[in-house]
Design a protein around this ligand. Sequence first.
Ligand SMILES: C/C=C(\C)C(=O)SCCNC(=O)CCNC(=O)[C@H](O)C(C)(C)COP(=O)(O)OP(=O)(O)OC[C@H]1O[C@@H](n2cnc3c(N)ncnc32)[C@H](O)[C@@H]1OP(=O)(O)O
Length: 719
Amino acid sequence: MALYTRVKESIAVITLKNPPVNALSTAVRRGIVESLSQALQDEQVKAVVFCGENNTFCGGADIKEFSGSMSGPPLVPMIHSIEASEKLIVAAIEGVALGGGLELALGCHYRVADTNARLGLPEVTLGLLPAAGGTQRLPRLIGITAALELITTGRHISAKEALKLGIVDQVIEGNAVLAAMALALSVIGQPLNARRLSLQAPAWVPDVDYVCEAALARVKQRSRGAMAPVACVQAVRAAAMLPYSKGMEKERQLMDMLFRSSQARAMQYAFFAQRSAGKWSLPNGAQWNNTKARNVERVGVIGLGTMGQGIAVSLVKAGISVVAIEVDTKQLELGKKAVTAMLQRYAQRQGVSSPLHLLKFTLSFHQLRDVDLVIEAVFEDMNLKKRVFSELCKVLKENTIICTNTSGLNVDELAAVTDRQHLVVGMHFFAPAHVMRLLEVVYGSGSSPEAVAIAMALGKRMQKVCVAVGNCSGFVGNRMLKHYMDQSVYLLEEGATPEQVDQALEEFGFAMGIFKVADLSGLDVGWRVRKASGLISPDIDPVKPSRWRFGRRYCPLPDMLCQQGRLGQKTGHGWYLYNSPGSKEAKCDPEILKFLEDYRLKYGIIPRRISSQEVIERCVFSLANEGLRILEEGITAGPEDIDIIYLFGYGWPRYRGGPMFYAAQVGLSVVLEKLEHYHHLQPDVPSLEPSQLLRKLVAEGSPPIQQWKSHIKNLHSQL
Ligand SMILES: C/C=C(\C)C(=O)SCCNC(=O)CCNC(=O)[C@H](O)C(C)(C)COP(=O)(O)OP(=O)(O)OC[C@H]1O[C@@H](n2cnc3c(N)ncnc32)[C@H](O)[C@@H]1OP(=O)(O)O
């Protein structure tokens, strides 16, 4: 709703009330229309101030309403009547003015913001465009180029930047509502036409066509198949080329197309999935709102390799003191140099003072005696990690949390060597740890809810998107990835090339195809894991290794590449060829094509043409199938957690929602049918066998993804 109040005789204040972000729900829009009409009818009122309750102007349209049938006053005519008002209207922006919230403010004649306010048109991140006049009014206010940048990225900007761009008229420290009233009193009576953005022409740009074409090329390259950024450019171009009313018509047409799209549904799902992952819960009933996390101020980081460096940088950026440990002076100096350089660059870019005083580098475990939490980031070796954990217990305070950054080792086995199993959790960062947003917080069978809460809260402070997951081999992300990778190499055996598989995956929307990713990470990473798990042993023929291990299909191609020293980018060749070791541009390598041909000949495999559809079905459905198994086992609380892991850690295209959402969108019965088909063709690949949960969900009529949790609960109670 909206609250109407009269102050200072001649001023009416309309306060949006819809906690927590005053989204423009049906009730709020009704309230605005009624309050505005009251203000316009009251002869004593000369000016109106719009503001939001609880120092939050407005978070935009109510996204929850998008999935139902919309009712109540529509935004476009509502904002138009604000702009057309004969009485002066000022927006007092505190907290946020986002999406429809900013569009409402753009309909007002003046805008005042407080110094901490954030503004933006983030509709593109929801698969939409600013369709309440935002694509037409903003270019008229700040010019085509700046509007294109803001609308196509959805970036939030500070009040300071908004002032510089001309979006707000004043930025004040203190009460924006009082400042808006003061501004209103100082300009009452002045003509308003010059303040009505729909009546203005966008500032002239010498070559609008060129600017828009360049923007189009940029967004197409960046968004990898997402429709909304392209539509945003088209709408802004209409603002540059057409009169306001025609531009609005174009905005509406484009919005109609986007609003109905599966991409918009996926991105709106992703918005709520991200928030749902933050509301973690454990199988024992502990959850985010019934578990207190004590504060962490000092953290120890053990190991300053690539992961440790990134973790230390993220911690310091969050204002946390770090004691960083290495085994010898040389490693310590190397780590120190890298961390210091990263933080200095960060301070320079942000224009802040360097936070290096928060860092201490040492070789001595004794320096850890005061820390509240440690993150172990040593080499991925169980025995080494166990040794580190035992040593830590000798020096740490008795309530210090011990976290491991393992990417898949058993957290319970590690906890077992400590004197505090309840205080041990996994914090699985993704490389590079100071850049990647994802953090899997892994709870073991003995981890206390408090330890999980502390790790989740620390991750959030480090600006990570945290997902609580149970302890299993590879946790969630890497466990699922294994099946996706297996299918991709089987496809090579059967006739595909690395480029063909990668192209299909990139067209699907992945940031990078699987073989390019493997070359980037280094093929030896997986090789080491396979050696440790007994899949590679000295008695296996290196020239013609078996294609089966432990009774299951196995593809030895990656091992054979490693044996040839083809480890990826770092050696200048892997699945692709690179100009030199370390260079990034992947080129098709004729040697690999020959190698694959010889391999198929040696094993009597007749190559066949493989379609992009088959690549996607086999790689993506086997990934989703494993995700369903993870849900079945209760490793995550819901499908949203899995999707967030893939969106933030594995370059999954946001406009496809995540693997679980994608499976639901394609249709669970289709996924089931395809998996049955591929499993029939590959009976020696157990992971292709449709999961029990998939069969159950299909049998129960393929409920929407939001209802899966209750079906999973029933599955658990039947087990
Ligand atoms: C056409 C389309 C038009 C005209 C639009 O306006 S589309 C909407 C455009 N607006 C946005 O995209 C803003 C979305 N919201 C955010 O970015 C953030 O929520 C925030 C910056 C406004 C606040 O961030 P934060 O303080 O971290 O809080 P949360 O993100 O956790 O949000 C708190 C709860 O509010 C719910 N929420 C937030 N925005 C909306 C919204 N626009 N509609 C409906 N609900 C919204 C959010 O889901 C959280 O709810 P719970 O999970 O706590 O139930």
